[in-house]
Design a protein. Structure first.
Lengths: 340, 340
DNA sequence: CTGTTAGCGCATTCAG
DNA sequence: CTGAATGCGCTAACAG
């Protein structure tokens, strides 16, 4: 309830002195600084965020664009959001969630023009994402968490799918695996040009070729029964498969069941590795899954630091655009059984 | 970029006329109303959220308090947050996420006193939650999504754990189950007084007694291997068990594996039902699990409508404090094998 | 180093 | 039914 005027009065200084003492854009004598601090203490004064915003033209609010997603929301996504909130709060910003349909940019225009937020983090980037044009035209700072090939010059941060896939395949090859099946997400996501699906598809294809691995890829829904059905088909079509690479957390139980049902054991007969995954998703499976875990901390740190630099008009060295996943080796992987 | 002044100028009226024409607190002649609308169109005018807030004393922002949680964040939580965001946006509000430690109310005080938000939704309510006192003292409208026995008079919305457990046990009994094991969340959560864990514990105990069911409860970590280990212990200690009730999504894979490993099949020998769960979590298990799904839509609708009523000083009939879950019957449940 | 003051863009009271 | 004027609380330019 106390305002800056009250503080100024109690400290026996002017309001601008109080303002500068708190925000520190010009030097204040120690005596007055102290007086201000005391008054602030006594009155329990906190600057009103709104008034400050109106005067300064900065709201200190960042929006995270999160559309309802085809493939269903997963554990990594929520971790990303929580991490983003924690990160921006540590920098005295706030995070608002905007749940909007990707294909209806009008609503986004409305929201932006309210000028409630200083910047935007865009998640779930699709190919030719229409939201990008909106953001750009509005002239608001934004960062893509993901990429859009149609806007290669935009600032973005993304998982390094290629490196992750490469590390994964090289590692599996070293373990003796030559026949590898990659379980991607749904064909629908692929057709929609959903970044992770497209990029892992391309990486897998290319790397199998250059590494001389006999690889097959399957697109897969996240429905347990459906996955299980497909597993029989896969084993029939790809005899001698010794390893599964999975970028589809929700297909994991079905895959494990499918393997078991063939009378095969993990990892003795078949290795399974979950990629671009979350520690949580993998740790409660049986057996505990080896995985390439998304490096959420670095992803978010890079995103937020860069966005805020843009907002504040500072230049910073672009940290890292592409963040690889981290290998966590647990019980679901091992050497290939007799190199076929 | 256009302001209300520009609109007023173009429409040939005063700013107050524009303001009233848009917010409609007093009657304006049709002619002027039209002129204003046209000018708004032409200029693409949108009221600046911040300026409006400063003048009106309302920010139209709601915070959702979401601490890092012991039991690990799950699918239902993220659904809750997304649904909350969608819901408030449909009412022209914004949702900010505040990730704060439960046990450090100071930071909450800081945030509240910035007066950035009109109201607060509190998730993950614990027994004697210290945040409640902070909110109350600040005099800010808030709703608990969950309950605290120490503050029974507070406005809250919660899952109806008792009814859910009752419906579940009655249903299982009708299917012939008499020996039922309840897998709750971790003992640590129980000791911390985490609402869902405490309430289901009490409900289960009481209902087993009154329904004459032989019930045993186990607290369980969300680590696949740990769960699996415990399953052997459970089968040894509770021979003849025909049904598992589980309020621990992340223990499900371990439970399913444990059952299989006993050479038992689901649901022929053993039924499994996941309670207070999310459709997603259950649908990708194999077999697809029957569940009592959290009614997230109703939970959030009740929470938000009530909170906004408080904020706007309107009185509304309190909708429903307790929302039961919805039974979805799939492949993991069936009649008990020869009623022991 | 410090005080005075003009806005920031809008809602709302007061006069008509 | 309408316009002019005030103020929300703070920042930042301006003037010393």
């Amino acid at each position: 309830m106390a305002t800056i005027k009250d503080v100024a009065a109690m400290a026996g200084v002017s309001v601008s002195t109080v303002s500068y003492a708190l925000n520190g854009n010009r030097s204040i004598s120690e005596r007055k600084k102290l007086a201000v601090k005391e008054a602030v203490q006594k009155l329990g004064y906190r600057p009103r965020a709104i008034a400050r915003s109106l005067a300064s033209g900065r709201t200190h609010i960042i929006a995270i664009l999160f559309p309802p997603v085809d493939h269903g929301i997963g554990l990594p996504e929520i971790d990303l959001i929580m991490e983003a909130s924690k990160n921006v709060m540590s920098r005295a910003y706030h995070l608002v969630i905007w749940t909007l349909q990707t294909n209806n940019p009008d609503e986004l225009v409305q929201l932006i023009s309210q000028e409630l937020v200083d910047g935007v983090i865009m998640m779930e980037v699709h190919r030719k994402d229409r939201r990008i044009a909106v953001l750009r035209k509005a002239g608001i700072p934004f960062i893509l968490l993901g990429r859009d090939d149609a806007a290669p010059d935009e600032t973005y941060i993304d998982v390094d799918f290629f490196t992750t896939m490469m590390q994964c395949l090289v590692w599996l090859k070293k373990l003796g695996h030559r026949r590898i099946v990659f379980i991607n997400q749904s064909r629908k996501s692929f057709k929609n040009g959903y970044g992770p699906v497209v990029r892992t598809h391309e990486s897998f294809t290319e790397l199998c070729h250059s590494l001389e691995i006999s690889g097959r890829e399957y697109f897969c829904e996240s429905n347990g029964e459906a996955v299980l059905g497909k597993m029989e088909e896969i084993f029939a079509a790809c005899p001698g498969t010794t390893a599964f690479v999975v970028m589809n957390d929700k297909a994991l139980p079905g895959i494990i069941s499918g393997v078991m049902r063939q009378g095969l054991s993990i990892p003795k007969d078949v290795s399974i590795v979950s990629i671009v995954s979350s520690a949580a998703a993998a740790s409660y499976m049986v057996p505990r899954l080896s995985l390439f875990e998304m490096n959420i901390g670095r992803l978010i740190e890079a995103t937020v630091s860069q966005l805020i630099a843009k907002i504040e008009g500072r230049y910073i060295e672009i940290p890292e655009r592409l963040v690889p996943c981290i290998l966590r080796e647990y019980q679901s992987t091992g050497p290939a059984r007799n190199g076929a």
